[in-house]
Design a protein around this ligand. Structure first.
Ligand code: GTP
Ligand code: MG
Length: 457
């Protein structure tokens, strides 16, 4: 999401950067381009107009000719306004004093409700240490409850449903959660092709009976402004608490994300970025503004690492790196841990200061496949000590992994190079220590949060 917008902003700001002073004409020109960029990102017209006028007002207040860094001033103002239209502060999710905390998901057909229900349950479990129950209240499609059961199993979360009617299922689901002592209840509901009175009446009745603490609308980012119109209609009936934006991975423009809060008055709470359970993140307006302006999103990257990377293993890996004892086996472990964090192309956008060419480079997760296959085809001894890999071993590995000896060679060369760098870094005073310290403090933090999770259960 936002790739093209990031490029457009990048172009505007690089022209301003390094300028000693900015004339009024420079600012006008920049604002005109920002306006165009937002419109091309499919942002709601009224939102664009307000955005540009607020940026202009703030820039008038700043004497840019006096400022030492006028370009940066403009960036700051745009950043703050972006954060505002994305929702300002991150929505803090709280818990009912009398559990369970009830979450209702509503939305159009195919928007991603059922997938999101399972992802949200998994998020509550993994990140918050909660013990959720899923409720399948979509009885329109015979397969809908089965789909939720399959996804629930993947997430390790129980699913309640029965073939009666949505209102009864929701009510019994709530009773079941109380009986089982579950602290979060997530209710999946039926969707329809277009907004119709039946749909609205049904979710309204489900909502009335379970009185959710959170009513979230699931919308498909790829449908752009239509999604925003949908949100307005649902908000009218249901008084929403927030929006969950799905299929962000397929939406390069980001128009829905940038318009929803201003148009509907309700923030985006989560985004879904792929088909896998872990492709789901809490939405932070400030971090998103950073990302749009090409400043990266280190915090989300760290959180993903904390949720998916085993801190114990990471510590061992760092220690081995420093001692020059990092083997191909460790390399394979690390690669598999990184893969758990989601598609590589999604991670790259979070790294700050990356040149545009790299940020937009097509990163193919498939590239990791042959590397894994090559390492898998090695004997444990070869993984520990690649220097024993001679011509015949090389051929065996290439055949076993379905690659060529050239590919095997290139992996071995790169690995040797990497070991060299690592030994150099470990030899540098200070640096090795810093890496180690960071690894240990990260580990401690994770352990602490695990403890918290256990207490929560
Ligand atoms: N790429 C991608 N696909 C997604 C995402 N979220 C959901 N999908 C896919 O979108 C399709 C529809 O998702 P569902 O969860 O079944 O949608 P739903 O709203 O429950 O649909 P109905 O119950 O029929 O109304 C499925 O194929 C999902 O795998 C996402 O964030 N990214
Ligand atoms: Mg569904």
């Amino acid at each position: 999401m936002f790739e093209s917008l990031t490029d457009r902003f990048d172009a505007v700001f690089s022209r301003l950067r390094g300028r000693g002073r900015l004339s009024e004409a420079d600012v006008d020109e920049a604002l005109r381009e920002i306006r165009l960029a937002l419109l091309q990102a499919d942002v709601n017209l009224r939102v664009v107009r307000d955005f540009v006028s607020r940026v202009r007002d703030q820039l008038v207040g700043v004497d840019l000719s006096q400022s030492l860094t006028p370009g940066q001033q403009v960036v700051k103002v745009v950043h703050d306004e972006l954060r505002t239209i994305l929702g300002g502060e991150t929505l803090r999710l709280t818990y009912a004093s009398r559990p369970p905390t009830v979450v209702l998901l509503a939305g159009l057909q195919g928007s991603g409700k059922t997938t999101t229900a399972a992802k949200l349950a998994s998020w509550y479990k993994r990140h918050e240490g909660r013990n959720p129950l899923l409720v399948g209240a979509d009885l329109q499609r015979p397969a809908a409850v089965q789909q939720l059961r399959v996804l629930g199993e993947q997430a390790g979360v129980a699913v309640f449903s029965e073939p009666s009617d949505p209102v009864t299922v929701a009510k019994k689901g709530l009773e079941e959660a109380v009986r089982l002592g579950r602290d979060v209840l997530i209710v999946d509901t039926a969707g329809r092709l277009s907004i119709d009175a039946d749909l609205m009446e049904e979710v309204r009745r489900v909502s009335a009976i379970i009185e959710p603490h959170y009513k979230f609308l699931v919308i498909d980012a790829m449908t752009g402004q239509d999604a925003v119109a949908t949100a307005e209609a649902f908000h009218h009936t249901l008084a929403l608490d927030g929006v969950i934006l799905t299929k962000v991975d397929g939406d390069a423009r980001g128009g829905a994300a940038l318009s929803v809060k201003e148009v509907v008055g309700r923030p985006i709470v989560f985004t879904s970025t792929g088909e896998k359970l872990g492709d789901f993140d809490q939405f932070h307006p400030d971090r998103m503004a950073d990302r749009i302006l090409g400043m990266g999103d280190v915090l989300t990257l760290i959180e993903k690492a904390e949720a998916h990377v085993d801190p114990g293993q990471a510590e061992v890996a760092v220690a081995r790196l420093q001692q020059g004892r990092f083997t191909l086996e460790d390399f394979l472990d690390q690669m598999q841990q990184v893969k758990k964090m989601g598609p590589l192309s999604g991670l790259v956008g979070m790294i700050p200061g990356l040149p545009k060419e790299l940020r937009n480079a097509e990163i193919d997760d498939g590239l990791l496949g042959p590397i894994e296959a090559i390492i898998h085809s090695m004997t444990p001894e070869e993984r520990q000590n690649p220097s024993i890999i001679n011509g015949s071993r090389r051929l065996r590995i290439a055949n076993g992994s379905g690659t060529s000896t050239t590919e095997v060679n290139s992996l071995l060369d790169r690995f040797k190079q990497m070991q060299g760098y690592m030994r150099q870094m470990a030899g540098m005073p200070g640096l090795g220590g810093r890496v180690a310290r960071r690894a240990t403090s990260g580990g401690q933090k994770s352990r602490k949060s695990n403890k918290k999770k256990r207490r929560g259960r």
